[in-house]
Design a protein around this ligand. Structure first.
Ligand code: XMP
Length: 511
């Protein structure tokens, strides 16, 4: 059994990020609500406990508190931000409103002979976000770091193994943040750092078996990374008692439907229903050019097809979804995050289908962890490293009304672009790249003939979070090759454009 570190969640926006950093250090992390009983925590034999940040003030009457017994279990505890203030407050220190609220990057001076800071520079730029601060240390503690306005930016009691950080080591902006967390995990808690994604898979398989028992599970398989990884995981847990419905709406990329069918019949033989619904979708979309209407029609038709197919399967006990942590955050379901937009993935069970439980095994993982899990499970790298792809697919990459021919022009040009980007070894450097049928037709010459054909645009961006993006600097010779191949190999396209717009003001998709 790998060493476990418990993270008690006080509703901070970075709680899952702490969990991820711990996993990145190859230590198993488990997030539990702050009110978890000390006996339950002790039963997990944790090597350490981390108290997360949170939006409350420890001075408020209804402030969330952990059990005081946690500090006497002989297990090291690290309090971060609110967690540190709570530790100080509960151990009879004094917390008060800071004279100046610290938000953003601050210079923190630290004593680098302290356990958590050994070998680090004496001053670090750290991410702060607090209104209150520790004014008087609890007995047994000493201050180990400070800022200009915050005399206790970190505190320690080595004797009891209790530590506090007013700044956020889990945030990438904090210099050496990972080193500080690792010092806690390895130097203080004595973790071995031998946890692997394969262990996550094992645990998830056991959990799924516990919940599912002899039952059957239904999953909407889109062919995207997340639902594919869930399918592979469920296949390992329950084999062909997993029933997948794969709806091909006709707007998938080249070869995708074939790949999905092949992987989930050969490599992971689940019970697969693959529906070719392209005609149905195209009928509904005739003469529709408004992008939002396209999205609505496709979304509604997808649900209709899925329900019809699910109904044909008879009673299935459980419903699985590939919800990942950023979806949970985006939907506002996690504590401490506000509603950004309602996401189709979150929102509970489709009630009328009569399922007893919702299985979301990726709910706490970040995208790159999901990809790693997919590889561990044996999914093809092509599938696992897929670029983000909108639910309505190529339908929103044809500007204006849709015809089968137009969709084929995007599909074929997209395949050429993907092939050449991969050949040039650029796939890992560009976050997302695809082609768009612009809706513009223009005059050209082909041999001696005049043409009046479509203009295709290449959209390629680099981005960390897809909220903002820069256009990717694809070398000219690669662009030249892609352009030449597209106009030569695809009848109906006589002009290729390259989109050099950042987001904002443009979005990544054209729609
Ligand atoms: P925009 O165009 O808003 O796109 O800059 C941001 C990112 O979101 C992707 N996208 C979607 N992803 N379902 C998804 O899972 C969707 O309906 C959807 N629409 C856009 C887009 O490809 C880009 O990566």
């Amino acid at each position: 059994m790998a060493d476990t570190v418990i993270i008690l969640d006080f509703g901070g926006q970075y709680t899952q990020l702490i969990a991820r950093r711990v996993r990145q250090a190859k230590v198993l992390s488990q997030v539990l609500p702050y009110w978890t009983k000390p006996e339950e925590i002790a039963a997990l034999s944790p090597k350490g406990i981390i108290l997360s940040g949170g939006p409350a003030s420890v001075l408020a009457e209804d402030a969330p508190r952990c059990a005081a017994a946690l500090f006497e279990m002989g297990v090291p505890v690290l309090g971060i931000c609110y967690g540190m203030q709570l530790m100080a407050h509960m151990l009879s220190g004094h917390v008060a409103a800071a004279s100046s609220r610290e938000y953003g990057l601050r210079d923190v001076r630290l004593n680098n002979s302290e356990k958590l800071f050994q070998g680090l520079p004496e001053q670090l730029s750290c991410w702060m976000s607090h209104t209150y601060q520790v004014e008087m240390l609890p007995a047994g503690f000493r201050a180990t770091a400070s800022t200009d306005t915050c005399p206790v930016a970190a505190m320690a009691d080595d004797q009891r193994g209790l530590y506090g950080l007013q700044f956020h080591p889990e945030v990438t902006h904090t210099q050496h943040g990972n080193d500080i967390l690792k010092a806690f995990l390895f130097e203080v808690c004595g973790c071995k750092g031998d946890w692997q994604m394969a262990d996550f898979a094992k645990q998830a398989v056991n959990d799924i078996r516990d919940v599912v028992g002899d039952g059957k599970v239904l999953l909407a398989l889109s062919g995207g990374v997340d639902s594919s990884v869930v399918a592979a995981l469920l296949h390992r847990a329950i084999g062909d008692r997993l029933h997948c419905v794969f709806v091909d709406h006709g707007f998938m990329r080249k070869d995708e439907p074939r790949m999905v069918k092949e992987v989930f019949t050969r490599t992971f033989p689940v019970t697969l229903v693959a529906v070719d619904a392209a005609d149905r979708f195209m009928d509904k979309l005739r003469d529709v050019s408004d992008p939002e209407r396209k999205r609505k029609i496709i979304g509604a038709e997808f649900v209709a097809v899925f329900r019809e197919e699910a109904a044909k399967l008879g009673h299935l006990d459980h419903f699985a979804q590939g919800t990942i942590y950023p979806d949970v955050i985006e939907s506002g379901a996690a504590p401490g995050s506000t509603v950004i937009k309602s996401h189709h993935n979150v929102g509970g069970l489709p009630k009328e289908l009569g399922f007893t439980s919702l299985i979301e095994p990726l709910r706490m993982l970040f995208k790159d962890e999901v990809r790693e899990l997919g590889l561990v499970l044996g999914l093809p790298a092509d599938m696992v490293n897929r670029q983000p792809f909108p639910g309505p697919g190529l339908a929103i990459r044809v500007v204006g009304d849709l015809t089968r021919d137009k969709v084929a022009l995007v599909r074929e040009s997209d395949a050429i672009l993907r092939e050449e980007v991969a050949k040039a070894g650029l796939a890992g450097d560009i976050s997302q790249y695809f082609t768009v049928l612009t809706g513009v037709r223009s005059v050209g010459v082909m041999g001696d003939e005049r043409s009046y054909d479509h203009a295709i645009a290449i959209r390629a961006v680099t981005t960390d979070d897809f909220m903002t993006a820069d256009w990717a600097r694809i070398p000219y010779d690669v662009l030249a090759l892609v352009s030449r191949r597209i106009v030569n190999e695809i009848k109906g396209i006589n002009r290729v454009l390259f989109d050099v717009t950042t987001k904002p003001p443009a979005s990544i998709e054209w729609e």
